[in-house]
Design a protein around this ligand. Structure first.
Ligand code: ME8
Length: 521
């Protein structure tokens, strides 16, 4: 995020209510949650917005298939999204629904403004429409005549409608992209948008006749039409901010960061900034685009019927291990595949054998040798060899503490976690190299064993700090086991040797990530 802003808006897409939350939605929501926790810990004021997209053809058809009215259907599925995020401890600040009256009013107000400015006209049009994407496709965008996302042939729709003069904004969009190289990241998606803008843009059909569809926001200037879902849903990012933050909206908006997958790049990178320009509003700061979670060769999606449900993962393996997997496995911007094997490998390798084992080893030794009581540093001088060993752990954490926030700012979640795991590995190596379990057999070395374990307990507290935005429950569990208050990433860690009060006693070990036995799956 540019500079170090003190206020920031972070958004997920508004998810369609025709499907229940799956791993793909969870990924975007978890990365935004991780960033929200990170920025808050840096002392920034965050407005984390998520919600549901409820109007349009696709939802009307889904409601009909479910045998109920669109409103009733939307209420039900929107509640499922909200309660899923609540159960997943997602720290959103506001949940917007496109059926909320403040959003509807805002959409109508913007439409009036854009119409008054002469950027909307009435015309007839025929085109290839994908209901799954809720947009027209040009011939060039179709693959073998099908929508590349839904792998379905679009419908030919021809009718009289209202159009937004998108083409009039082509040059301004190009100029903005050239003047703001960070507007869309990673760069590959910026290039994709530049190439889209290299071809003439067609104007955007922004209405549907009520004779065909009445589940939408009526156009303020013609009751016989409802608003096209994208000209409705995109406005939420600004409507909800103004509604929830009032006068401070502009401050947050200067640092508005949208997070989406590549499926909705064009609406966010082309329609949305042009709509803002037409409405006389400043543009958002950044569009952050990630790749797809696939199952085998295909994108995970409700329409392809191959989804992983977040609450099932939480139930089976715990919330933080699912968060860890999502954040560790995908490199932001590229596609990733989900397989249960890969999940179990990461769980057993990084969490059970890695983090969980380290915590329980350190606490076991501390309890076994000193009844949990941390030992004051020994009086006698530490040998050069011991000092050098201690320094490896200090250095590993110092590096991670510097790199992890930088990597998070750059959206390299997987590298940030890798860096934190390097520090954990330095602790494992330290245990092997200093071998406190051997030293303890020699009574004259008990002072040194106490020092080693003190350093390791401090290292665990550093780890809890580093992991807080990624794995909040595990971070809190480590603090609890160490018998300290929960910690935040940005709190400056106390100098080594001063983290605990004299006489501090740590808790007994508990398995944080019990190993998954494959044959029990
Ligand atoms: O597009 N891999 O809603 P939607 C990665 N309502 N991310 C995925 C994914 C996958 N397989 N599947 C879904 C809409 N997502 C519109 C948005 S915004 C004003 C309106 C995530 O329910 C990802 O964030 O189809 C993607 O962009 C979004 O869900 C699409 O959600």
């Amino acid at each position: 995020m540019t500079g170090k802003p003190s206020t920031i808006e972070l958004t997920t897409p508004l998810y369609y209510v025709n499907a229940e939350p799956h791993l793909g939605h969870t990924y975007t929501t978890v990365i935004v949650d991780t960033l929200a926790r990170f920025h808050r810990s840096m002392g920034r004021e965050v407005f984390f917005l998520t919600g549901t997209d409820e109007h349009g053809d696709k939802i009307a058809r889904a409601a009909e298939a479910a045998g109920c009215e669109p409103r009733e259907y939307a209420d039900r599925v929107s509640d499922i999204f909200r309660s899923t995020w609540d159960e997943c401890s997602i720290s959103y600040d506001h949940f917007v629904r496109t059926t909320d009256s403040y959003h509807v009013d805002f959409v109508r107000e913007v439409l009036t403004r854009v119409n008054d400015a002469g950027d909307i006209y009435f015309d007839s049009y025929g085109g290839n429409y994908c209901t799954g994407c809720e947009r027209f496709y040009t011939d060039r965008e179709l693959v073998d005549g099908k929508c590349p996302d839904h792998e379905l042939e679009p419908e030919w729709i021809e009718e009289q409608n209202y159009f937004f003069k998108l083409s009039a904004y082509q040059q301004r969009l190009l100029d903005h992209l050239h003047d703001n190289p960070d507007f869309i990241r990673p760069e590959g998606y910026r290039n994709e948008v530049l190439s889209l803008l290299g071809e003439p843009l067609e104007d955007l059909c922004i209405s549907r006749p009520t004779s065909r569809l009445d589940w939408g926001i009526p156009l303020p200037f013609d009751d016989d039409y409802v608003t096209y879902v994208w000209f409705d849903a995109l406005l939420n990012y600004r409507a909800a901010l103004e509604f929830a933050r009032g006068d401070k909206a502009d401050k947050f908006w200067q640092n508005a960061n949208h997070f989406i997958a590549k499926d909705i790049l064009k609406p966010h990178a082309v329609f949305w900034p042009a709509m803002l320009m037409a409405a006389g509003l400043p543009l958002y700061d950044r569009l952050n685009v990630h790749g797809y979670w696939n199952m085998g060769e295909s994108k995970m999606s409700k329409s392809l019927g191959n989804v992983i449900r977040p609450l099932e993962m939480k139930e089976r393996f715990g919330l933080d291990s699912f968060r860890y997997f999502l954040l560790r496995e995908m490199s932001f911007g590229s596609d990733s595949s989900f397989t249960e094997d890969a999940f179990v490998r990461r769980f057993n390798g990084d969490l059970s054998n890695g983090l969980g084992n380290l915590v329980s080893r350190v606490l076991s030794m501390q309890n076994k040798y000193f009844d949990g009581l941390l030992q004051a540093p020994a009086d006698e001088d530490t040998s050069a060899e011991d000092t050098a060993a201690d320094a490896t752990v200090h250095a590993a954490f110092e590096k991670a503490e510097q790199r992890v926030p930088e990597l998070l700012e750059g959206l390299s979640f997987h590298l940030a976690l890798e860096e934190a795991w390097h520090a954990l590995a330095a602790c494992d190596k330290y245990i092997v190299d200093t071998a406190p379990f051997k030293l303890y057999k020699d009574e004259s070395k008990h002072g040194r064993v106490g020092e080693i374990l003190l350093l390791l307990c401090e290292a665990l507290l550093h780890a809890a700090r580093l992991l807080a935005p990624f794995m909040p429950d595990s971070s809190a569990a480590i603090s609890r086991l160490l018998n300290t208050e929960p910690v935040e990433m940005a709190e400056p860690p106390p100098a080594w040797g001063t983290a605990f009060e004299p006489g501090h006693r740590v808790g007994k070990p508990e398995p944080l990530f019990p190993r998954i036995e494959i044959d029990k799956q």
